[in-house]
Design a binder for this molecule. Sequence first.
Ligand SMILES: NC(=O)c1ccc[n+]([C@@H]2O[C@H](COP(=O)([O-])OP(=O)(O)OC[C@H]3O[C@@H](n4cnc5c(N)ncnc54)[C@H](O)[C@@H]3O)[C@@H](O)[C@H]2O)c1
Length: 392
Amino acid sequence: MRAIVAGGDGFIGWPLSIAMAHAGFEVLILDNGVRRSLVKEVGSDSLVPILELDDRIRAWRSASPESPAIGFEPLDIASDAAALHQTLGRFAPDVVIHLATMPSAPYSMKNQRTAGFTISNNIQATFNILSAVADCAPDAHIVHIGTMGVYGYNVEHYALPEGYLRARVLAADGAEREISILHPMEPGSLYHLTKAQDQLFFEFYNRQRGLRITDLHQGIVWGMDTDLTRRDEGLATRLDYDSDFGTVLNRFAVQTAIGHPITVYGSGAQKRAFIHLRDSIRCLMLAIENPPGRGDRVRIFNQFTQILSVEEIAGIVASLGKAEMTQMPNPRVEKERNKLTAVNEGLIRLGLQPTLIDRFLVGEIVDVARRHKGRINHEVIKPMSFWQRPPK
Ligand SMILES: NC(=O)c1ccc[n+]([C@@H]2O[C@H](COP(=O)([O-])OP(=O)(O)OC[C@H]3O[C@@H](n4cnc5c(N)ncnc54)[C@H](O)[C@@H]3O)[C@@H](O)[C@H]2O)c1
């Protein structure tokens, strides 16, 4: 089986690429390295040192000589549609994993330039991948990671379903009929808005061009390794702690490690969905190994294992390092408390066995952060992006 991993140099893309190679896939990574440069642009860097992609691939070759070699083509998927078409035509993938996104909500809300980049990069990348698959590899299964954030967090009276909502409508004859529609979207940032827009592109290309697509509405990923990245330090994936690119639990673990107060935004009662990196990779593999049938509508799974409030997460992490919590004005525009509940049956049915947040796994992140604390820039820990800015 041949797989393209668009965004294969990223936090999730790299461990996924080696997991797929380990499972016998011939993997070709397409990435333009923009994640590395954007994190540097905000004054930060991966806390765990990571090799350049060519060197990572060589490290994988030495660690796992029995696996098929991983290929890499540097390519801007959003701006070079012609090269993407050529690559897909030549490589003839069975599966295309689309992770090539600017994934930070705060970065997308920082200013006009970062917002504009997010919109053009993410939407154009999705369109280019869909059109290249439709034209050059129409049998390939597309697997994309979306976000639980497309639904918004304000649903109170029901558990968020997996992508589609059953709705009762009044038919012309006065009878009630049940229809199934994409769940209404209420994105909380421009980044989330691009993921909401992706859903419409997927529905269109599925209906009009017959593409087989799985969209994984993922929660916030925590953790920093998998069994395979642990084989050699050259295989490490990135660990970000800055307020723009670090994910919340990982940021709190790094703050604890250096004795920095844990930065809870607003009340901390905002609930979010979470998943460990290992489970994220496992879910992707399950989706890849079990593609939807030809003619099926876009398949949507909610990819998370736990729902907790930010304050609950902060409490677990704080207890490991005796760090204090500090409540900061919320830089986001969101409800201070919500009653998030959601269904996550699809991936469990396919075989996911959830890894739950525990002190041992969180403690590992704290230990790694302590080892690398000399690399931390304290200036990037406080919020650097604000949803509402005073007028000039
Ligand atoms: N990490 C999370 O907590 C999380 C949660 C929900 C959803 N997601 C989604 O999962 C996917 C992967 O997330 P991640 O955390 O690994 O992000 P990441 O930024 O580490 O990975 C994305 C990769 O895509 C590359 N890329 C971006 N634009 C590109 C372009 N135009 N051309 C070529 N390469 C490009 C980047 O260089 C990067 O290596 C993203 O779509 C993200 O929105 C992530």
